[in-house]
Design a protein around this ligand. Sequence first.
Ligand code: C2E
Ligand code: CA
Ligand code: CA
Ligand code: CA
Length: 284
Amino acid sequence: AKSAGGNRFELADPEADARAITRHGLTTALPAALDRGEFFIEYQPLVHLGDGSVHGAEALVRWLHPQHGVLGPDQFIPLAEHTGLIVPLGRWVLEQSVRQARQWQERRAGAGPLRINVNLSPCQLTHPGLVQDTVDILEREGLDAAALCLEVTESALIGADDDLLKPLRRLAEMGVDIALDDFGTGYSNLANLRRLPVSILKLDRSFTQGMQQFPADPVDLKIVEGIVSLAHSLDLAVTVEGVETGAQAEQLRILGCDTAQGWYYARPGPPERLHELALVDATG
Ligand code: C2E
Ligand code: CA
Ligand code: CA
Ligand code: CA
């Protein structure tokens, strides 16, 4: 694309043009992809920092595109949001994930249920069917609401009015956990947290990046320490994402974070993988 006013900001960029064409192609292919069953879900374990036991898993959607291979959510979720397909796609992800969590639960009889975390796009929040769809899915699949956590990004809730919070409040009252995803990237007013029906903060990966080495950057440590103590004083649990090394895990544990997720424990993978991890865990 060339800018009209000369080349101050943009130059002709064949790669950008190619990307635009690909984007257009992907956008038009999206609805049929859902019908054809081209989406699939990978699950990444969430572990307790205290003892490393598996707490649950986050569902992360992928698209097995017939020409382009496996596409990550960053390549198609924005397009699905733009076209509205995110609503049926999000409902599908929720249904699959809840069904999967129920299956894990059956295999782990005796051990506590594995929790399942599902991402919600802001478009799903404003869709009037959200609460009823969720109730229906939990009922149909036979999963306890307390085993479900819905992740909403901090930026989606900044300045949220009551209309937007109402469905989340309803879900929270039913026992569904609401997690504030990518926390720390949205510059939200910390006092605002009390107003939101959330029970979990998911600390963004950018905070854990400074802790890959030991000892970590002292400023990073102070910031995380402050967030954890604020969260705990508000009765919120803290999950950290992007834990890639043992040094990070250890420092985050010392700082009092509750649960963690990252490549150090496991990459996102097929549901059977979680089965193995959690079963080992359940049987000691
Ligand atoms: P997110 O919710 O912040 O998910 C965490 C992302 O970090 C995932 O990327 C995960 O694969 C990646 N990750 C996990 N551990 C590590 C680590 O140790 N190091 C690094 N560098 N990365 C790690 P992924 O799967 O590409 O998903 C990207 C984003 O797409 C997600 O970010 C989420 O916002 C969105 N997304 C994924 N699935 C869904 C979905 O079903 N619905 C909606 N609305 N959004 C989704
Ligand atoms: Ca998430
Ligand atoms: Ca996140
Ligand atoms: Ca993120």
